[in-house]
Design a binder for this molecule. Structure first.
Ligand code: NI
Length: 261
């Protein structure tokens, strides 16, 4: 069985005690591709360092909406420089989070626009976070799809999707994939399984978003890429596929959206 984890934060301090073992465990469990997503300048640099150390890890660079207030001329120049690295396959994580509002909305929108511009300029796809900000996020994506610069579809990923079915449909029509994380496995999950059922398999991806959002039966504990298997099992069941078939399809989708040869 072969799997992909399309969204990890293995550079976070939660993994300091045993990072190498966590990565080894992922490989042993069949995880053949990991995309480590930068959330600020340091985390983006650390993501690249991980990608340089492991052939099956790739990196994305960006400033998370929570940290959007940190965007200044120096940071944007440094991020743009990092974006050229050959193992940097995406821009983000970027987007809007009006649930926690850890950065002011205006700063979040400015940072989002900066990442979209970088994607246009470099032709690299976007990793997008949207929480309680779905209309504003869609407005940015509509605008991007009208003027994608050097980027051709698919334009990126709606990571840890938490929107409605209507939003998923529109994001797909605009050129984005829908990625689901641990909540798909939760006993009380209703809305997300219904969305996964409707979204064509060609536009789906799976992720852990580790160290957060550990899937059942590890809910509440530290998450890790090996647990993407539980997300894969839940999606496979909804789609009526074997775990092997689902895993293979998710790898194909990851190759496509991240442009791996
Ligand atoms: Ni994330």
């Amino acid at each position: 069985m072969e799997l992909v984890d399309s969204h990890t934060h293995l550079d976070f301090p939660e993994f300091d005690p045993d990072r190498a073992q966590v990565i080894e465990r992922a490989w042993q469990e069949g995880v053949r591709l990991i995309f480590n997503i930068g959330t600020d300048l340091n985390s983006s640099q650390a993501s690249i360092a991980l990608a340089e150390s492991y052939s099956f890890i790739y990196a994305s660079i960006g400033l998370h909406p929570h940290d959007a207030r940190l965007l200044d001329g120096e940071t944007s120049q440094a991020l743009e420089k990092l974006a050229h690295h050959p193992k940097v396959v995406a821009i983000g994580e970027t987007g809007l989070d009006y649930y926690r509002n850890l950065s002011p909305k205006e700063a979040q929108r400015e940072a989002f626009a900066f990442h979209l511009e970088l994607a246009r300029k470099l032709g690299k796809p976007l990793v997008i976070h949207s929480r309680e900000a779905h209309q504003d996020t869609l407005n940015f994506l509509r605008d991007f799809a009208r003027n994608p610069g050097k980027l051709s579809p698919p334009y990126g990923i709606m990571h840890c999707f938490s929107g409605s079915l209507e939003m998923a449909k529109e994001a797909i029509a605009l050129g984005f994939f829908i990625s689901v994380a641990g909540p798909i496995t939760f006993k009380n999950a209703r809305k997300l399984p219904a969305i996964v059922k409707e979204v064509p398999i060609d536009f789906l991806l799976i992720e852990t978003d580790c160290p957060y959002l550990a899937p059942h039966p590890h809910r509440g504990k530290r998450n890790e890429p090996a647990y993407v298997r539980f997300v894969a099992e839940a999606v496979a069941e909804i789609k009526g596929l074997s775990l092997e078939e689902l895993g293979k399809k998710m790898l194909e989708n990851a190759f496509k959206v991240f442009r791996l040869a």
